[in-house]
Design a protein around this ligand. Sequence first.
Ligand code: PLP
Length: 371
Amino acid sequence: MIYFDNASSTKLNDLVFEEMMIWQRDFYANPSSNHKFARKSKVAIENSRNKVAELLGVKPSEVFFTSSATESNNCILQNAVKNLKIKEFITSKLEHDSVFQTIQKISLEKNIKVFFVRNNIDGDLDLNSLEILLKKSKKPFVSLMHINNEISNINDIYSLSEISKRYGAFFHTDCVQSLGKINFKIDDNFDYISASSHKFHGPKGCGIIYAKNANIESFIYGGSQERNLRAGTENVSSIVGFAKALEISIKDLDKNFLYVENLKKIFIEKILKEEKIKFNGNSGILEKSSPYILNIGIENQDEENFLIYSLDSFGICATASSACSSGVEKKSRVIENLKKKISPIRISLSIYNNENEINFFFEKLHQILNF
Ligand code: PLP
């Protein structure tokens, strides 16, 4: 099998798995119980929080564990309406569904206006358009992702957040495709970030919220776990796994980045030789995209599912769009908003891929398309 679907989920790192197993198998007490055995689990959670906070350069009190980045995004956006009392959302049409759909639903329910920052045909966000929206806005909350999970574009979150703060807006950025993969710093202009460990060789079922000055309130009601933010018995082994995976990813970040960037270069060189294959978004420009994601389209080949299924029959795992919306047999909203009419194939890489796999991919692609 050739796994080119790392933007959907990644292989668990062996060291992370080993560490998680201890907390899954041996320390089964409820971390909230009042005995020594349970306190070991509680301490493991707090040690993980301290480790994550240190790696992110923030305070432990600003880090909250959730079940996924989807939950983190829901919590952050609902908090914006319920507790920050914002009046408008400013976002883009290129966000992941966990932001895009959540904003759609909340805005309908609570009568909140939504405005979209404009993007060009390659998915670049227009900073001017953000500023124009902010100038006439009332108590806005800006949510713009760091790296686009489909087209790979790296958004300039430092400028986007700086402009947002100049107009008194709250700023959230979804860092799911960047944390543990590319170098970035949590800037003072960021109020909230969200991320998920299964994207950087950690476990599924564990996300985080960074909330500046812990400015966030309850989302799931019940017990007092996660300092009253999120009731429910903590997923201790996954929380430990999140911290371990982040530690390893950040330690090896530059080395991994160079390795994967080199694979992407090889991909790009090969694609440039193919007349009928085009890049979607900025995914073919190394400086403007993540080395971990490529998005290509084949001219006059509208049946994206045909290609994905054919690749699958050769043991090549790739997707047409985000895993969350694939299977629904609908066109990618992100690609539709680029106004390009090329059906996408997303290839997303990790350190576990190699050049032979890329050669095999092209061999089979030629076979499928009779090039
Ligand atoms: N945000 C982005 C940009 C993503 O790519 C994803 C998952 O693909 C998510 C949010 C949702 O993450 P999770 O799977 O942890 O819910």
